[in-house]
Design a binder for this molecule. Structure first.
Ligand SMILES: Nc1ncnc2c1ncn2[C@@H]1O[C@H](COP(=O)(O)OP(=O)(O)OP(=O)(O)O)[C@@H](O)[C@H]1O
Ligand SMILES: CC(=O)C(=O)O
Ligand SMILES: [K+]
Ligand SMILES: [Mg+2]
Length: 491
């Protein structure tokens, strides 16, 4: 059996966007078996019924096949985008068509709807309308009431609900969107849907500052039965100066390079990516690098060498996760694309361990003694595991904190995390290096450890005689938390 997410010891996690190419039961299982750790549902597309069906299929797979694929719902956000198209529209140089705030069906000729009513007021003749960060560029020729006539200057394909940005004299025009809320009324309906569906993560598009994250987190705290982690997407021009507070407020961050590259100069994207990855790791927050990792594989079965180098760079930066968008949602080779991520990640991780690459100074996270003890314990356990060349770290954790602290240290060996809750297990599946398992804890800690040794031996993840580091912070009922680190040999 190949890598299947829970047997593998790949450290960098894989998020895959689910779309028409991958929404069937069969394809979802193929992706899970190939290593998908988190399934992303983009609320820019599909109905609630469509998303419900996908979620149910993933839940069924987790239950019947023992996967722990987590579910991420990604909000649409209220940036300006095109309407739903019956089919992708091929735009050739010099061709003219109409962008409209009316129903495009009521317009004669070739028309595309635009989601933002003030579009026609804001736009000026000569402006450049950039579709999906440069897939197509259109020049504004004429304003005609609710319609705007445009001419194609850079050809390409316009997809449904493509994102639109505007440039005037070579500069991004920003005034227009600043009045739009980060979370629209539709986004709030989608968030309520996410709560009803008990998803694991909500990713917020076009975050500008920490405020929206704090607001959403308090909303979720008051409504949701279980923890739903909030992922801030760094893709808005306005988010860049506020990265520190955004990281602080969020549970995880996504570098959404697709839209980010349309909002800031392309050449600035790599340094913003690096900054976000490092800050997240220092702050103990998960970080996902997304978009265009394997763009060419939407159409072709092999990646470009430059794409492989880009993936290698993300892995070397020790981000928690790599994310596929169109490659898995609508591409011709979703399984092969995951295979490339897996192979490159595994190889580069090995290289990082050999070269002792990617070590950074980790600041203290909290002043509270309780938290300090956990942090220090995990840092020492990770250090010990490296120095002793341990086969694995075992961690017993109810809420996942200790597993998260261990992951932040990016130890050389895998972290096998045992929790008694499936939702904690799923959330841990986004964390670098953590292989999460569900286990009903018995009263006797020693017996728990023995059971997990037996479990992982059966799966060939450890062998008799292996040296392992065992970390525990299980709180017995009505007792003080007992935290320990032990060095053991697998019996
Ligand atoms: N649920 C879906 N139904 C139909 N098509 C989808 C769906 N999800 C994704 N796609 C297709 O896959 C392409 C890429 O997917 P993705 O959702 O990652 O877009 P993105 O532009 O990267 O994300 P965002 O819209 O958040 O910026 C989309 O343009 C769309 O054509
Ligand atoms: C993933 C996403 O939203 C982007 O790259 O724009
Ligand atoms: K989105
Ligand atoms: Mg985006």
């Amino acid at each position: 059996m190949g890598e299947n997410g829970f047997r593998s010891t790949r450290r960098t996690k894989i998020v895959a966007t689910i779309g028409p190419a991958t929404c069937s039961e069969e394809m979802l299982e193929t992706l899970a078996t190939s290593g998908m750790n988190v399934a992303r549902l983009n609320m820019c597309h599909g109905t609630h019924d469509w998303h419900t069906a996908v979620i149910n299929r993933i839940r069924k797979l987790n239950k019947l096949k023992g996967f722990s694929v987590a579910i991420m719902l990604d909000t649409e956000g209220s940036e300006v985008h095109t309407s739903e198209l019956e089919q992708p529209l091929k735009a050739e140089v010099g061709e003219e068509f109409v962008l409209t705030i009316r129903d495009p069906k009521t317009v004669e000729g070739s028309a595309i709807g635009v989601s933002y009513d003030a579009f026609v007021d804001d736009v000026q003749v000569g402006d450049l309308v950039v579709v999906d960060g440069g897939m197509v560029s259109l020049e504004v020729k004429q304003k005609m009431g609710p319609d705007v006539k445009v001419e194609v200057v850079d050809p390409g394909i316009v997809l449904s609900r493509a994102n639109l940005t505007f440039r005037r004299n070579g500069h991004l025009v920003r005034a227009r969107n600043s009045m739009l809320p980060v979370l629209s009324s539709k986004d709030w309906l989608d968030i309520d849907f996410a709560i009803r569906q008990n998803v694991d993560f909500i990713a917020v598009s076009f975050v500008k500052s920490a405020d929206v994250i704090k607001n959403l987190k308090s909303y979720l705290n008051s409504r949701a039965d279980k923890v739903i982690e909030v992922i801030a997407k760094v893709e808005s021009h306005d988010s860049v100066p506020n990265i520190e507070e955004i990281v602080e407020a969020s549970d995880a961050v996504m570098v959404a390079r697709g839209d980010l590259g349309a909002q800031i100069p392309l050449e600035d994207v790599p340094s913003v990516q690096k900054e976000v990855v490092v800050r997240c790791r220092q702050a103990g927050k998960a970080v996902i690098v997304a978009s265009h990792l394997l763009q060419s594989m939407i159409e072709y079965p092999t990646p470009t060498r430059a794409e492989v180098a880009d993936i290698a760079d993300v892995v070397r930066q020790r981000a928690d996760a790599l994310m596929l968008s169109g490659e898995s949602a609508a591409g011709a080779y979703p399984e092969k694309a995951i295979g490339v991520l897996r192979a490159v990640a595994t190889r580069i991780e090995e290289w990082c361990r050999q070269e002792k690459h990617g070590q950074i100074v980790l600041p203290q996270l909290t002043d509270r003694l309780d938290g300090r003890v956990s942090e220090e314990l995990c840092a020492s356990a990770a250090q010990m595991a490296n120095n002793l060349n341990a086969r694995a770290i075992f961690v017993y954790t109810r809420r996942g904190y200790m597993a998260n602290f261990l992951s932040r240290c990016r130890p050389d060996c895998p972290i096998f995390a045992f929790t008694d809750k499936q939702d904690v297990r799923q959330r841990l599946n986004l964390r670098w290096g953590v292989m999460p398992f569900r286990l009903d804890f018995g009263a006797d800690p020693e017996e728990n450890v023995d059971r997990t040794f037996a479990l992982l031996k059966r799966r060939d993840l450890v062998q008799k005689g292996d040296l392992v580091v065992v970390v525990s912070d299980i709180r017995p009922p009505n007792e003080d938390v007992v935290r320990s680190v032990q060095i053991r040999h697998v019996p």
